[in-house]
Design a protein. Structure first.
Length: 763
């Protein structure tokens, strides 16, 4: 009966209806949407609990699909279109030197005023010669300009960061490339003015970058080495304004209000005034943080909890958690794609689970109970958050327990209160400087201690995901006494968690072309050993090896035994130093005289059953350019792949004259990213591959691959596969056959991983 349908059942059905958005490969067409809508409305009429739960499930699912579809339609409407826009700058400008992006809220497009529902935020990007415009943009200012809309499109590799999913979760499916811009109103927002003042007050402090992150949520200034320290000690959550910080702000306000209440008459004492002041301080802190999504989620949850306290409602911890998660997802279904949401939710669920299923023994005395409770809580977080650490960060920190035992109390009870005091007293410079100095000293001491613990970080492989849940499973087995149920129950669970360690594919060898944008990086591997052909690009503060190649290798537990450089252009050799630092014992082969071992015509070697034949260049040179690319044919005796680097027309013709039919290979790496300077018809005919793999980025300035080149391959009936369209591409060679699999289509086919916007020219 309907009377048995509780609020908890409705919350569970609502959450279950939105979860498919996380795993769906494609959004259903609208006629399916309408059919399900009719069915849901009919089910809602029935006076039976189960059928009405089905209706709740379907309605929440339809709502989630509608929100996702609206975002996709927005992308399709504007992608690859040039437009004149007008709007307001949202992101604060701190230390503008080198700034390349600005968050902008669009109000007008081509002179048409957008309605409240149509307005959206757009990250603006500036080419190097237009960086001076970015440096002049401050929060609150009105600007207009001409931009080119681009659909969000990220690199996709196993073990890498999923920028495309993040963009969808944060409602930023479009970006804008600025062609020109001019200011309409130079007035700064109050937040930007406050940031400017605090920036000046803290300019001489060692931890200014972290202070501004904790005060305003602006993490762009945090030094890369400090980011690594926080990540490797499991304390990165302390450096972003999240639920912990919003709660601390509310507690700070509550403490101030309780202090003020000492001046009141007894008849005016009560819990509501501190709750109201605490909520007000939390609101102020969220505004200061720029109202970023994690802060807004935490504030929303805190507000619900305060309403319960205000009205004296008594919900269990699980009821509070379940209903808040349901309300969060219903308010914004795309939030289901957010890693930070699930990290926060699992952390809270873990605390509730731990203290209910493994309660602290009552024998512990009151005198030491608070200290033991704190340590006990950190042990819970270390054990129960391992799955999320592995899924999101691809590693675990064995020193996270010590790191959090040190850092959380200092940051929570010294740094954050000092920062809040410094913000509230910013009108009085001497007092503000004093509190900022206290915050700075506390953070510097914390950093010093954390640096000693950062070596406890260990990267792990994908096989560890199931095993990481063993902490939860062991607690459940122990609490429910499953070990008493017979010989099989706990051991079956244990075997299921250890199963990935014994799973082995029967492939002989494989090659992975990683999605490294404009550049090249290919991994030839057999078992857990690998050879790298080219190392991707490099820029001032990083490299593709650091961003994509090393995470991929570590996620698969691969050891690099050798590195081959086709030539010395940055987009092929940029990550060499990072790879050599990670794998110092790996040999190096190049066509450059002063670098590594020989890679020239006539060289050959055997590696784990594979034969490597070097076909080009004819001799090594002082500096290897495209024409000196090290061309290698890799063969297992039955199947082969031709690696060509940035080979060009003249060298292709030379190879045809030298080798003729011996060039024939099953798979080929497309020369020079599909440039019109390569891939002659005669070369394609000589190699006669079944497929060609092209490493190229979607929005590259050279508009590669050339359209005529793509047509040339397709005319020769060669299957064209590019990283721009498919992300990471892998070819698996077996005894009697081979197959290719890609990340967008096979590994992780998700609706939010698709190619959004106009038809691809560089498919």
């Amino acid at each position: 009966m309907y009377s048995t349908l509780s609020l908890d059942h409705i919350a569970i059905a609502a959450i279950a209806g939105i979860l498919p958005l996380l795993f769906m490969s494609a959004l259903p067409p609208m006629f399916i949407w309408w059919l399900l809508a009719v069915f849901a409305l009919l089910a809602a009429v029935f006076n039976q609990a189960l059928i009405r739960l089905v209706a709740v499930f379907l309605l929440s699912f339809l709502w989630a699909v509608l929100c996702a579809d609206q975002m996709v339609q927005q992308v399709e409407r504007y992608a690859d279109q040039s437009a004149h826009i007008q709007g307001k700058v949202i992101s604060a400008n701190i230390n503008a030197e080198g700034q390349r992006s600005v968050l902008f809220q669009i109000r007008q497009i081509n002179g048409r005023e957008l309605s409240m529902l149509e307005k959206f935020q757009l990250p603006l990007y500036f080419s190097i010669n237009k960086q001076d415009i970015a440096q002049q943009m401050f929060a609150g200012q009105l600007w207009q300009g001409n931009i080119l809309f681009r659909a969000v499109h990220s690199r996709l590799n196993q073990g890498g960061y999923d920028q495309q999913r993040w963009a969808m979760a944060n409602h930023q499916p479009l970006t804008g490339l600025v062609k020109s811009a001019e200011i309409l109103d130079s007035s700064l927002s109050l937040r930007q003015s406050l940031i400017n003042r605090i920036y000046q007050l803290t300019e001489a402090l060692e931890s200014q970058d972290i202070l501004l992150a904790l005060a305003f949520g602006e993490r762009g200034m945090i030094q890369p080495d400090r980011r690594q320290v926080f990540l490797k000690t499991g304390t990165a959550h302390l450096m972003a304004i999240s639920g912990l910080h919003i709660s601390l702000a509310a507690l700070f306000g509550w403490g101030i209000a309780r202090g003020i209440q000492f001046l009141f008459s007894v008849i005016y004492l009560g819990p509501r005034f501190p709750l109201l002041v605490g909520w007000g301080i939390a609101t102020l802190y969220v505004w200061l943080s720029g109202a970023n999504p994690p802060a807004l989620r935490a504030f929303f949850a805190l507000s619900i909890w305060m309403v319960l306290r205000w009205h004296g409602m008594n919900w269990t911890p699980w009821q509070v958690w379940l209903r808040i998660v349901a309300l969060l997802l219903i308010s914004d279904p795309l939030m289901v794609l957010s890693d930070s949401l699930w990290l926060s939710c699992l952390a809270v669920a873990g605390i509730i689970f731990w203290f209910q299923w493994v309660p602290l023994p009552a024998q512990i005395g009151y005198r030491y109970r608070s200290i033991v409770l704190w340590v006990y809580l950190q042990i819970a977080m270390m054990i129960l958050l391992i799955p999320m650490q592995i899924i999101i960060f691809h590693g675990i920190s064995w020193t996270a327990l010590l790191g959090n035992l040190v850092a959380v109390p200092v940051v929570s009870f010294i740094s954050v209160p000092a920062i809040l005091s410094g913000l509230l007293l910013c009108w009085s410079q001497p007092l503000a400087v004093f509190f900022w100095w206290i915050a700075d000293r506390s953070i510097i001491i914390t950093l010093f201690l954390l640096e000693k613990l950062q070596h406890g970080w260990e990267t792990v492989t994908e096989q560890m995901i199931l095993i990481s849940f063993s902490g939860w499973l062991l607690i459940i087995c122990w609490r429910l006494s499953l070990w008493r149920c017979g010989l099989f129950t706990p051991w079956i669970i244990l075997l299921l968690t250890l199963l990935p360690l014994w799973q082995r594919d029967d492939e002989n060898w494989r090659i992975d072309m990683l999605d490294v944008g404009h550049g090249l990086a290919m991994v030839i591997r057999q078992g857990n050993r690998a050879i790298i052909y080219d190392t991707g690009n490099r820029w001032r503060n990083g490299s593709m090896a650091e961003r994509e190649i090393l995470p991929f290798l570590r996620w698969h537990g691969l050891t690099v035994e050798g590195i081959i450089l086709s030539h010395q252009d940055s987009d092929h050799a940029g990550g060499l130093s990072d790879l050599q630092q990670a794998y110092p014992d790996a040999w190096l082969r190049t066509s450059t005289l002063s670098l590594g071992e020989s890679c020239q015509q006539g060289d050959s070697w055997r590696w784990r059953g594979l034969t490597f034949y070097v076909l080009w260049p004819q001799s090594r040179v002082e500096r290897a350019y495209n024409a000196h690319s090290c061309v290698i044919r890799v063969s297992d005796g039955r199947y082969s792949i031709l690696l060509t680097g940035d080979l060009e027309k003249a060298q292709e013709l030379s190879l045809i004259r030298l080798y003729g039919d011996k060039l024939k290979s099953d798979v080929m790496q497309t020369p020079h990213h599909g440039s019109k300077t390569s891939s002659t018809a005669s070369f394609i005919q000589a190699v006669n591959p079944k497929m060609t793999l092209t490493s190229v980025s979607r929005y590259n300035p050279w508009r590669l691959p050339a359209e005529n080149v793509v047509k040339r391959y397709k005319k020769a009936q060669v299957e064209w596969i590019s990283t721009a369209k498919f992300g990471q591409v892998s070819v698996l060679f077996y005894k009697d056959y081979y197959k290719f699999i890609t990340l967008r289509v096979h590994f992780m086919p998700r609706w939010y991983h698709q190619w959004f916007g106009s038809s691809p020219y560089n498919e």
